[in-house]
Design a protein around this ligand. Structure first.
Ligand SMILES: NC(=O)c1ccc[n+]([C@@H]2O[C@H](COP(=O)([O-])OP(=O)(O)OC[C@H]3O[C@@H](n4cnc5c(N)ncnc54)[C@H](OP(=O)(O)O)[C@@H]3O)[C@@H](O)[C@H]2O)c1
Length: 312
């Protein structure tokens, strides 16, 4: 089975398939992580804002007690936008590590390029009830994240939701280059421009919402799972639409982190390394692009670091 891992510029590597855990309901997440680990998943994606790091930590501790090795796991969490102030970065990372029950992270991402108002309120609003912005520049946050690598708390650092200009700024001014940029991508939002840039610069792209988040974010319209072309391709290989969406990404070198709490869908989503899409089918999926973004974060549109003013 080729292409099971993506090479990172750190010299390490990460599994091309991971488990997404956003919106995994309380009580459900721990079970989903344990089922995923039993099925062979080793890469788990979370974030402070998902409010499930503690539950994931429970699942990891339990499974490590049953023989899963820490060095085989690849655990990713994210620095939230209210923690961008350089003085807040180390405590935020330590807090995530404590909740996850780990002494290091495999990858720590800056969740968004924009900062929100500093503090423990994860949804700060101003006097007009609008989202309260922060003024820390992401370069200053990045420099504080670099120190986490120096301290051995994280093996790699990366970005999420950064556009090309923002990545370029980090590459030019940072001491440590980002290992990963995690962005929304699915057949209706292929991000070919960003992928080309990442590949040239040695940055791995991870696709979130790789199934188009059916049923979440009120987003059925962007899910390619009902697309007739995807279904026809799936029929040809005896695979589901979800498997085609995921296979297309990993075959072009993109890491995928589909979320499921359902054991049969967790299994289905993992069975993507036993077939290969033809060049023609890869191109047919690619042609479905319509730049349809689910997470637009319009409440940050006035923020100078809102990333979506530039095409991905
Ligand atoms: N960096 C960021 O800003 C950011 C933003 C959003 C998401 N993420 C990460 O990316 C992960 C994935 O994104 P997402 O959860 O928004 O969307 P997604 O993975 O594209 O879709 C998840 C939805 O699809 C359903 N599903 C899973 N497998 C399926 C299958 N084989 N067939 C049909 N339906 C299926 C799931 O329901 P069931 O659970 O019932 O199976 C769930 O409702 C998140 O969980 C999170 O870890 C990161």
């Amino acid at each position: 089975m080729a292409m099971l891992r993506a090479q990172l510029r750190t010299g390490g590597s990460m599994p091309l398939l991971g488990l997404g855990t956003w919106a995994a309901l309380e009580g459900e997440c721990c079970k989903a992580v344990k089922t995923a680990l039993d099925l062979g998943y080793r890469h788990i994606d979370t974030a402070e804002i998902y409010l499930n790091e503690r539950e994931i930590g429970q699942a990891l501790t339990e499974k490590m007690g049953e023989g899963v090795k820490r060095e085989d796991l690849f655990i990713v969490t994210k620095l939230f936008e209210t923690r961008h102030h350089p003085d807040d970065v180390l405590p935020a990372c330590q807090n995530s590590l404590q909740k996850l029950g780990l002494d290091y992270l495999d990858l720590y991402l800056m969740h968004w390029p924009y900062a929100s108002k500093r503090g423990d309120n994860l949804h700060p609003v101003d006097e007009n009830g609008q989202r309260a912005y922060g003024d820390t520049h992401y370069l200053d946050t990045w420099k504080a994240m670099e120190k986490l690598v120096d301290a051995g708390l994280v093996k790699a650092i990366g970005l999420s939701n950064f556009n090309i200009s923002q990545m370029e700024e980090i590459l030019t001014n940072g001491r440590i280059k980002p290992a990963v940029n995690q962005v929304e991508s699915h057949p209706y939002l292929t991000c070919n421009r960003l992928l080309k840039y990442c590949t040239e610069k040695g940055i791995v792209m991870t696709a979130y919402c790789p199934l188009g988040a059916p049923g979440v974010h009120g987003s059925d319209y962007t899910s390619a799972l009902n697309d007739p072309i995807i279904k026809t391709i799936g029929d040809k290989y005896g695979k589901s639409a979800a498997q085609v969406c995921l296979r297309w990404q990993v075959q072009r070198g993109v890491v995928v982190i589909p979320k499921s709490s359902n054991p049969s869908r967790l299994k289905e989503n993992s069975q993507i390394f036993d077939f290969e899409l033809s060049e023609e089918d890869m191109a047919a999926v690619n042609d479905l692009n319509r730049d349809a973004r689910i997470l637009k974060k319009e409440e940050y549109q006035r923020h100078p670091h809102w990333p979506f003013g530039e095409p991905f």
